[in-house]
Design a protein around this ligand. Structure first.
Ligand code: IMP
Length: 186
């Protein structure tokens, strides 16, 4: 069994990565090392900045991830500001912003960028997206962040009404991790 570090403080992200990578016999070890996150225009820039911050501190293959929720009628907001927005106005604030918006126009996409870094090698990025819509109220107790208000296309439940395996089948993170798994298989 191979071991890979996942540098994150987020237990939800860790559980999702652990579930996916167990399928190829990789053990994911959570390392809550704390590193500065820049406010950049793209998730890719945030991920690469994170790798640059960590590469001299971590002498073991590691992954880190940056993710965000992009809402169509809000021109992609909160996007790269998702963490700040979650911690300030949260799911309730997003529901308020969309109060007047009819169901068919509540479209959104979650994006995930994983960076994989091995010592003395360039980082490799893996991108995943999940299209869906914002619910009209919070539903479900599982997961984290905006999970209670995001319904992926192809289902009627929010991410927070799914277990980790179900969420991974649809989610942005499940998809970026699928690409990472393909990379490991090659
Ligand atoms: P981060 O900067 O990658 O930690 O993600 C930014 C924010 O997006 C987090 O604080 C979460 O609120 C939200 N987020 C990212 N991924 C997910 C997810 O899979 N479900 C729900 N919210 C998420």
């Amino acid at each position: 069994m191979k071991t890979i570090y996942f540098i994150t403080s987020n237990k939800g992200k860790f559980s999702e990565a652990k579930e996916k990578l167990a399928a190829i016999d990789f053990e994911v070890v959570q390392k809550d090392l704390g590193y500065p996150e820049i406010q950049a225009d793209t998730l890719e820039d945030v991920a690469i900045f994170g790798v640059n911050q960590l590469q001299n501190r971590v002498k073991h293959p590691f992954i880190l991830e940056d993710a965000g929720l992009f809402i169509d009628v809000l021109n992609g907001y909160p996007g790269v500001y998702s963490s700040y927005v979650y911690h300030t106005i949260g799911c309730k604030g997003i529901l308020k912003l969309l109060n007047e918006i009819e169901k068919a126009k509540r479209l959104a996409v979650f994006r995930s960028i994983f960076a994989y870094k091995e010592p003395n090698k360039k980082p490799v990025l893996f991108i995943g997206e999940c299209h869906g819509s914002i619910s009209t109220c919070e539903m479900g107790d599982h997961g984290f962040g905006f999970d209670p208000i995001f319904i992926p296309d192809g289902d009627t439940r929010t991410f927070a009404q799914m277990n980790v395996g179900e969420k991974n089948c649809y989610s942005h993170r499940g998809k970026s991790l699928d690409k990472l798994i393909d990379f490991f298989k090659k």
